[in-house]
Design a binder for this molecule. Structure first.
Ligand SMILES: *[C@@H]1O[C@H](CO)[C@@H](O)[C@H](O)[C@H]1NC(C)=O
Ligand SMILES: *[C@@H]1O[C@H](CO)[C@@H](O)[C@H](O)[C@H]1NC(C)=O
Length: 467
């Protein structure tokens, strides 16, 4: 394209975009109503069992013996000479990982680590929801702030195992009394130890409804929420549906860019970056558009598959631990730093240990839930409730909010573009390092950012109550 045609295109886009934006803003956006659903089998009982039960992970020896049997008989694919991760999960590293899985990895040790947190289950709308709930040990005069941490795919509650102690016991982790959190980490229904829905439709916004009910059941009426990936959508919907209970929303991976005006900004920015508030650094992260587009395309094959035919690939993944490990862990490599695809381990072990990687995979394997995790894409992207998700991306949020922008996150949104929707964006941090799985990869940065934000949000609420 010549420069003139780009300018023409951009100019037309501005006109059309402004018009669309004008029309859209003219109609007051309404929070969509979500119908009450029952996700369990059969009919909703007259009385739901509301007890909160302690849960201890204890995988049976049979499951572990079966896993070992399968690992012993792994059939590996062939490979091109000299190819590492350029075509997908590297063969050499998979062989190394499987050897470790069979001979070095100690699930019982990892299970004990997971059990060092307090786990619970409670039934909500027919589903047994699993969550971690860690209460800080408070001394007289101390108080804590409740905080819900929301994982996505292919993550789990385990992503937060390094930040939970930092957040709940800040005095032992260079924080102060102001930084004490009480942490709740639910598993998305159908992930790990949260029961999958027994019928179609449980997508991100329905998950948000379940999380709101969970927090209510635990007695919280004012709390912080944090999320990345699907978790970012889930907590945004929570804030949209019930802003009265959410005191602050902290996101890594901002998903508010689904509007037409976003495309317009992208086009305009490619020619006149400063016109739409783009810094030089933003420009480097967003352009050239064609390269970004190809990168997104090359990273989202899984998404198309999971959003359309999750059950087809599901047959392979639920039956083969190695296939499942490849499907899941490929993302831990390329979404953490895409420039390492020439390395034998795809860069995985620069950021994570084999134990961390395999524990993540094991949560999907021992629970046999991988298929229901894939389905979340089908439900969310092709769902009848898509309008709710789009609304959650368009309806302004007035509660205090924060974005942590990690350099290797899948996409980058320049700060000025976030203010339209997040009208009290109190903090936008350009992180020096880290990618999509920030809590696991850079727990210090992740926790510190939440602490900094909560202080600002508390000050915001103090000002509000004085006015
Ligand atoms: C797991 O179950 C076995 C067999 O019932 C029992 O011996 C063991 O103590 C349990 N482990 C935990 C952590 O509860
Ligand atoms: C702890 O202190 C260091 C050095 O001041 C800082 O970089 C870090 O972010 C702090 N917070 C956490 C949660 O580690």
């Amino acid at each position: 394209m010549s420069k003139t045609s780009i300018v023409f295109l951009a100019a037309s886009a501005v006109v059309v975009g402004s018009l669309l934006n004008y029309l859209r803003n003219d109609q007051a956006l309404e929070v969509p109503k979500i119908d009450e659903e029952y996700w369990g089998t059969g009919e909703r009982p007259a009385q739901e069992d509301k007890t909160v039960r302690k849960f201890v992970l204890n995988v049976s020896d049979d499951v572990l013996a079966d896993l070992n049997y399968r690992l012993e008989r792994t059939r590996f694919p062939d490979n091109f000479h000299g190819v590492q991760w350029e075509y997908g999960f590297g063969l050499d590293y998979m062989k190394e990982l499987v050897t470790y899985w069979k001979d070095g990895f100690d699930w019982r040790k990892q299970e004990a680590l997971l059990n060092s947190f307090d786990h619970y289950k409670t039934k909500i709308d027919g589903l047994d929801l699993h969550f971690i709930h860690v209460k800080p040990k408070l001394k007289p005069g101390q108080s804590s702030k409740p905080l819900l941490l929301a994982h996505g795919w292919p993550g789990s509650f385990f992503e937060f195992y390094k930040v939970i102690p930092v957040l709940t016991d800040p005095l032992a982790h260079n924080g102060t009394e102001e930084d004490i959190f009480e942490v709740i980490v639910p598993s998305i229904p159908g992930f790990g130890f949260s029961q999958p829905a027994s019928k179609p439709g449980l997508e991100d916004s329905a998950t948000a409804v379940l999380y709101l009910k969970l927090m209510d059941r635990l007695g919280f009426d004012a709390y912080y929420v944090q999320g990345g990936d699907h978790g970012s959508v889930i907590v945004s919907v929570m804030a949209m549906l019930n802003p009265k209970v959410v005191r602050g929303i902290h996101l890594n991976m901002y998903t508010g860019n689904t509007e037409t005006s976003f495309l317009v900004k992208l086009l305009v920015g490619s020619v006149f970056p400063s016109l739409i508030g783009m810094s030089e650094e933003d420009y480097q992260k967003v352009y050239p558009l064609w390269d970004r587009f190809l990168w997104i395309l090359s990273e989202t094959g899984y998404l198309h598959m999971q959003a359309t035919r999750p059950h087809t690939i599901g047959h392979a993944l639920v039956d083969s631990p190695v296939g499942m490990a490849a499907h899941i862990l490929e993302k831990y490599a390329s979404w953490t730093n895409p420039t390492f695809s020439h390395l034998p381990d795809g860069g995985l072990e620069k950021h994570f240990t084999k134990d961390e990687l395999l524990t993540t995979v094991m949560i999907y394997w021992v629970s046999g839930t991988v298929v229901s995790t894939l389905r979340l894409y089908r439900e969310t992207i092709s769902a009848r409730k898509f309008p709710i998700i789009s609304a959650a991306h368009a309806i302004p949020i007035d509660i205090p909010s924060a974005i942590a922008d990690y350099p290797h996150e899948l996409f980058h949104t320049p700060e000025p573009w976030c203010h339209d929707r997040l009208r009290n964006l109190l903090q936008y941090t350009t992180m020096p390092r880290g990618g999509h799985f920030a809590a696991l990869e850079v727990p210090d940065l992740f926790s510190q950012d939440i602490r900094d934000f909560a202080r600002k949000a508390e000050a915001f609420w103090r000002r509000q109550s004085q006015d």
